[in-house]
Ligand binder design. Sequence first.
Ligand SMILES: C[S@@+](CC[C@H](N)C(=O)[O-])C[C@H]1O[C@@H](n2cnc3c(N)ncnc32)[C@H](O)[C@@H]1O
Length: 216
Amino acid sequence: MTKDWVRWHRDYETPGSSLARRLTVVQDYLGRALGEGPLISLCAGDGRDVLPELARRRSVRAVLVELDPELSRRARTTAAELGLTGVDVRTADAGDATNYRDAAPAQVVMACGVFGNISETDVRRTVAALPSLLEPGGIVIWTRGRGDSGADPSDAVRGLFAENGFEEMAFARPADARFRVGMHRLVTEPGPPVAGRLFAFRAPQPPPGRGGRVAR
Ligand SMILES: C[S@@+](CC[C@H](N)C(=O)[O-])C[C@H]1O[C@@H](n2cnc3c(N)ncnc32)[C@H](O)[C@@H]1O
């Protein structure tokens, strides 16, 4: 079973939804972070978080990596409508860095909607690999959702960034929403070229009561 990510994107259209609010924060952070580029967006969806900002800075090159053919088609269409000739949308697996390693070193890497969908081991491996995708002083913008109870998983993600040579530039934790958005700057040397698989999305869990496990 795979998740319907096209459907997931529909929540962006509901004013005031958590996803719409998250988008505002992500776009604000990107407006502050982005300089001359380049930018890499992992699991880019339809690209709505980055394409408007890229349109304001037409010279910035960007690689958006999105596995879903419909979402990557939408991102490609929007980029073309905005006249963004420096944007390369790849319908590809972002868990395999060989699909975008040529775009490194990036000034900004986007990892939004990724960490909540992969295992803790994969989060650890991915954050550890991010320095190898960045130029010195490069910036990562990331998101993480939380459940109703227990520890907030975004704190573990922030800890991983600290362990891997990043300093926190901004972190949003609205009291009335489950989304978190972080922005971290690399303050150590970029790492050696990334090798091997970084992550794979977990299969979605069936809803409770259908004979399956309780949804995460
Ligand atoms: C939670 S959505 C986030 C989309 C976008 N980054 C955003 O925040 O609006 C996760 C996205 O990751 C994509 N995806 C899942 N596995 C992927 C993979 N291995 N490589 C690239 N994209 C993937 C899905 O198709 C989906 O569009």
